[in-house]
Design a protein around this ligand. Sequence first.
Ligand code: E4P
Length: 246
Amino acid sequence: MGQIEREWRNGVRIFVDSANLREIERWLRQGVIDGVTTNPSIMLKDGVYDMEEGARRICAMLGDRPVSVEVTSNDHEEMIRQGQTFASWAPNVAVKIPVVNEYGESSLSVISTLSREGIRVNTTALLSFNQAVLATKAGATYVSIFAGRVADEGGDPATVIRNVRRWLDDWNYPAEIIVGSIRTVMDIQNAALSGAHIIAIPPQFLPKMVDHKYTRETVRQFNRDAEKALEQIAEVRAGGNGKPGA
Ligand code: E4P
């Protein structure tokens, strides 16, 4: 890995939170995408009804960058089976396992089993520090903190992210924090400044991150002045003194 790439990998990474191939391709071409996250709701919204086909296509586009695909069962044995199947689709699959099923039953044994088999696990739907601690101890590669949903419940996502990051660093755990459930552009800035390793950004926020109306105006002014300079050079070459109105 070259010097520039090493420095870049140390900064915050961006995963597109989408199953929309056109959007993923568009932002890959901009050179800022380090992975993709999906979930069953994202797949449905983006019209990907065949999860395997959709996941395989995204994985192929992403090369060696991780693509998270989520299990769709409450049954822990079935989660393990699905996780093993998803991981066989492509080497860059990370299997998303919710920390508990919808009945509140712990999925830590699933995370532990898949991780011990060398499968990358993204533990998802985390809303608290303690959930992230247990997911990390079970062997998760990624701990996904849902910033928007933490805030929905009256919590402060920045505090949760900061505390989990400090704990991971203090004890040298290799797990990385993905901040998902992004609802505003400000959530992205807050996640980056609170210690997220990775932010899962829905594609509609990326143009808002890059654009600014005053940047456009600034560039417009530079372009106008560059044109004026060219006109003056042309005038000097044509025998004038190059001063406007001379
Ligand atoms: C990402 O990994 C999550 O699945 C996603 O960001 C959840 O977002 P939501 O809370 O808007 O559903």
